[in-house]
Ligand binder design. Structure first.
Ligand SMILES: Cc1cc2nc3c(=O)[nH]c(=O)nc-3n(C[C@H](O)[C@H](O)[C@H](O)COP(=O)(O)O)c2cc1C
Length: 242
């Protein structure tokens, strides 16, 4: 399949064949492809919980309001955001960047580029992601809005805004995964209709982790696997050529 065929093939499947197992290694490989998704500041504040255990799938189905898309799935992947890992991720990227710059940039620019990366990942990222009961976010908001009165400035920096940031990036990984799965002729359904507290408990996630979505996986069963023909609002309504 070419890309257009893959995108047309991908549908939200809510009824999977129960006697047809997916190749776990192939699904895992699709998750490796998912890590190639673009993401904010390359912080990669995500984790993927690949569930193949039938009993746990049924528990997840219960936590997902008994949706068929989860209950009939052969495997599940829970996409999780990890805003709380910002320090360790920033540290790793910085370590990588130092060597990357030495390998790939002109020698006379090494010091300047490394300094820039140190400022970004060593100072800015910890400043942007740090949390303290909403107060640090409020402080960032006041400072950035004040600066924006005089020059363009990112002002969506509250602690709540940072949640949006990590969920956006995680959703891009989820979509990349679904496309990779469709390329294997494997089916998926994104699921956000779930009790996130129950899902977190089942996965023993720490309080700083958040459930982005569950992607159920399997092979479509029969004609009612998808909800009829695909509907999209007319393209003219959403396409604005400026
Ligand atoms: C973030 C997200 C959450 C979704 N949650 C659910 C869900 O809880 N249950 C469900 O049956 N479908 C869910 N869907 C699937 C959408 O209903 C589906 O993508 C949409 O109807 C378009 O159909 P298509 O995926 O076949 O193109 C979700 C999709 C996304 C992207």
């Amino acid at each position: 399949m070419n890309l257009e065929a893959v995108l047309n093939y991908r549908r939200s499947v809510r009824n999977y064949q129960t006697d047809n197992n997916l190749d776990t290694e192939k699904v895992k490989h699709c998750l490796e492809m998912a890590t190639l998704a673009p993401n904010s500041s390359n912080m990669q504040l995500w984790e993927f919980y690949h569930i193949t255990d039938k009993e746990l799938i049924q528990k997840m189905a219960h936590a997902s309001l008994s949706q068929n898309a989860v209950g009939t799935a052969n495997q599940l992947v829970v996409f999780v955001t990890r805003r709380d890992l910002f320090r360790s991720r920033a540290k790793k990227i910085l370590e990588y960047n130092r060597e990357n710059i030495k390998r790939n940039s002109p020698t006379d620019s090494h010091a300047r580029r490394i300094k820039k990366s140190e400022t970004y990942y060593g100072t800015l990222m910890p400043l942007v992601y740090a949390r303290f009961f909403g107060l640090l976010g409020l402080f960032r908001k006041i400072v950035t809005v004040s600066v924006s009165l005089f020059r363009p400035m990112i002002t969506d920096v509250s602690e709540c805004d940072q949640r949006v940031v990590v969920h956006k990036s995680c959703a891009l990984a989820a979509q990349t995964f679904m496309i990779a799965m469709a390329n294997e002729s494997y089916d998926t359904c994104a699921v956000e209709g779930l009790d996130s507290r129950r899902v977190k408990r089942l996965l023993h996630l720490p309080s700083g982790a958040e459930v982005n979505m569950i992607i159920s996986c399997g092979i479509r069963k029969g004609n009612n696997a998808v909800h009829g023909e695909r509907y999209r609002v007319p393209f003219d309504e959403v396409y604005k050529n400026i």
